[in-house]
Design a binder for this molecule. Structure first.
Ligand code: GRF
Length: 195
């Protein structure tokens, strides 16, 4: 069984999609064993609690020193015997020590068709604002491996969605988010299906 730790910062709808897939038996040979949040107020923590999944808050408040924060995350990942790290709305850049320790075993969900509309500062509603400003006919979501760059790792899976006449950043974000909820569990299923 592949042991997954999901890292979150906010509402946790992507975490919920992964939990639902695991409970429906469609996540392959994988289950969520831990949730790490960078934010004590993240609603994602409620979602974890409701499904009996242990969680821990490791953020700037709890660990102001970056080295200690990295150490705490590594300890939590190790303590849960994590095989695969899933970033789902996690808003901090991972430290190199973490990426080295879990090389090619960290994936992220990004709300655009990478390599376009990715990189530093391209997160949340800003992504969809930029897509509309660029006059794109379509957008989408990407699951990719995490490397030392920002949104630069090898792409695992993408789903395209149309940009519609009259779209606002919010209406586009909602359409892309639905695609995220489909491809994140699917990417995990493909990565972890028992050979
Ligand atoms: C979503 O917009 C997603 O694109 C990005 O983080 C945001 C929040 O996701 N990955 P969630 O609802 O907290 O999963």
């Amino acid at each position: 069984m592949t042991r997954i730790t999901v890292m979150v910062s906010g509402g946790g709808t992507n975490l919920q999609a992964v939990i639902d897939a695991a409970e429906a038996g469609t996540l392959g040979d994988a289950s969520v064993v831990l949730v790490i949040s960078s934010n004590a107020g993240a609603y994602a923590l409620e979602r974890a609690a409701r499904h009996g999944i242990p969680s821990v808050v490791i953020g700037r408040e709890e660990y102001p020193d970056p080295e200690e924060r990295t150490g705490a995350i590594l300890d939590a990942l190790k303590g849960a015997e994590t095989d695969l790290v899933v970033l789902a709305g996690y808003m901090s850049v991972l430290p190199p020590a973490l990426i080295r320790a879990y090389r090619d075993r960290i994936i992220n969900i990004h709300p655009a068709l990478l390599p376009k509309f990715g990189g530093m500062g391209m997160y949340g509603i800003r992504v969809h604002r930029a897509v509309l400003a660029a006059g794109e006919a379509e957008s989408g979501a990407t699951v990719h491996f995490v490397d030392e760059g920002v949104d630069t790792g090898r792409i695992i899976l993408q789903e395209r969605v149309p940009v519609l006449e009259g779209d606002s950043p919010e209406t586009l974000a909602a359409r892309v988010l639905e695609a995220e909820h489909r491809i994140l569990p699917e990417a995990i299923r493909r990565l972890t299906k028992a050979d």
